[in-house]
Ligand binder design. Structure first.
Ligand code: AHR
Length: 493
């Protein structure tokens, strides 16, 4: 046995890269994510923007090195007709957002707006196709419209609408939550539907599409098994997984002013991600031992009740230190499973669920979750350094989960270790044997006085990363002391 709160570098067999796409985001037509969030329109606004997209949001997302952005949903994707969102804005038909608030949208933010935004961000677009209420032809046309270089009905229409070059969109979702809002299909039925749609979504210009199947809801392992069994390998690059951190769907609890008990239960629910990834991976291993098909966690994050007093939009929620811990813990889980998890999308980017950015009129703030994403960006496309973590327990009443989660990577000779102390009461002293390998260490920390702390529009910098000092690098080991509910990223050389 070895002492509690020891982290060892595990022997490394193969080189595994932590795909930068694990650090992806998601923007749905939902509440104030797109309209009155990312997109404020070209006219009638005092907010500085580029083609209607807020400049402050562009700058903040660029700072995260946002690798990809998923759009237009979510459930919305299976109701969306892309042709209504191209061409002159004044002539676009309206759409009623049936899943989210029944609001009427004017389709002023469409395919060109989204794909041009991705170019400005330097992010890869990830388009979710309409399989639920659309037709095969409609989705095949969308692929041709955005990707075909030559002369064709769709690429000509794109040129008429002002865009000469194709965007070459690689990532495509073939429907969303096919087991639910995407059509309430069975796994068997969806697998057949998938095969048909995926066939007609062509690889134009010799570039192979990265087709992603609508995957399991949480621990529905049968869904994964059926898809792996029924979908031929040449038609699929990724299987999605949606798992939200929710304690009870009928009583999700408040985003702020939560109790110790709610905090523990939230962390326990969030830690369940680890088991689910392991079990889905085990099933995938049976059919795909070389790990050629990725697990794509394209919806994850915390989902709370909207506080009636804080109701700025559908699924709008504040974001506290608790959310920062959830982000740090889940990103550690994804990093450690980088062999199979090659992409993930936090739900959602702006003003919805576990957002990295909140806006209120002209004001904008960065949430604690944003800062975790920013601190962790060092892991993007770095080589995974596998760890063995022997954590102390975080115990509440009769239950416990690991108090410390960690992941590490190396790039350009620098090793980064991200540590999360999930325990909201007890600080952790962690020992990392180093075998004289390192000469210097530095780090940053995200924490606060109270776990309920959050950034507000009046005071947007209550929580932000600070320089971390509580560590000692000796000849044989590194010792680090991290306070309750904190996220630390170390750089060692
Ligand atoms: O992210 C909010 C919703 O959660 C998405 O639209 C849907 O896919 C999921 O149920």
């Amino acid at each position: 046995g070895w002492a509690q709160n020891t982290i060892r570098f595990a022997p490394q067999n193969d080189t595994v890269i932590i795909s930068r796409h694990i650090y992806g985001h998601f923007a749905e037509h939902l509440g104030r994510c797109i309209y009155d969030g990312i997109y404020v329109g070209e006219s009638n606004t005092k907010i500085p923007n580029t083609n209607g997209v807020r400049n402050d949001i562009i700058a903040a997302l660029r700072k995260l090195n946002i690798p990809n952005l998923r759009w237009p949903g979510g459930c919305f994707a299976d109701t969306y007709h892309w042709k209504d969102g191209v061409g002159p804005k004044t002539e676009r038909p309206e759409i009623v957002n049936m899943w989210w608030g029944g609001v009427t949208e004017d389709n002023s933010f469409g395919t060109h707006d989204f794909l041009n935004l991705c170019e400005v961000l330097g992010a890869e677009p990830y388009l979710a196709g309409n399989v639920g209420s659309g037709e095969v032809q409609e989705l095949a046309d969308w692929v041709q419209y955005v990707n075909f270089e030559g002369t064709s009905p769709m690429s000509n229409m794109r040129r008429d609408n002002g865009r000469d070059k194709s965007w070459n969109v690689k990532f495509w979702g073939v429907g969303n939550e096919a087991w639910g809002c995407g059509g309430n299909m069975t796994a068997d039925y969806y697998a057949d539907v998938y095969r048909k749609y995926a066939t007609f979504m062509s690889n134009w210009n010799d570039k192979e599409l990265y087709r992603i199947a609508s995957g399991a809801s949480g621990d529905d392992y049968n869904w994964t098994e059926t898809l792996m069994k029924k979908i031929p390998k040449n038609l699929v690059k990724g299987l999605a997984l949606h798992y939200y951190t929710v304690v009870d769907w009928n009583n999700k609890g408040k985003a702020t002013n939560f109790t110790d008990e709610e905090y523990f239960n939230t962390m326990k629910a969030s830690w369940f991600m680890n088991e689910q990834i392991e079990k889905h991976s085990e099933i995938m291993d049976k059919y795909d031992p070389k790990k050629e098909i990725a697990l794509v966690v394209d919806e994850w994050g915390a989902w709370y009740d909207t506080d009636p007093a804080d109701n700025k939009g559908v699924l709008y929620q504040q974001n506290t230190m608790r959310d920062a811990i959830i982000a740090g813990m889940n990103l550690n889980i994804f990093n450690n499973h980088a062999e199979r998890v090659k992409m993930a999308n936090l739900a959602q980017a702006v003003n919805v669920l576990q957002a990295v950015i909140l806006t209120d009129g002209e004001k904008m703030l960065l949430t604690p979750t944003y800062h975790v994403m920013e601190m962790y960006k060092v892991h993007q496309d770095a080589t995974l350094v596998p760890l063995e973590v022997n954590s102390a327990n975080f115990t509440y009443k009769a239950e416990s989960i690991p108090a410390v989660t960690a992941s590490a990577s190396i790039k350009d000779g620098k090793t980064h270790i991200s540590l999360v102390n999930v325990d909201n009461k007890v600080s952790q002293t962690i020992t990392i044997p180093t075998n004289k390998k390192y000469k210097k260490v530095s780090g940053r920390i995200l924490t606060s006085k109270d776990m309920n702390d959050h950034n507000t529009f009046a005071n947007p910098e209550i929580i932000k990363p600070e320089i971390f000092h509580d560590m000692k690098l000796k000849a044989e080991e590194l010792t680090v002391k991290i306070p309750p509910f904190s996220v630390v990223v170390l750089e060692i050389e």
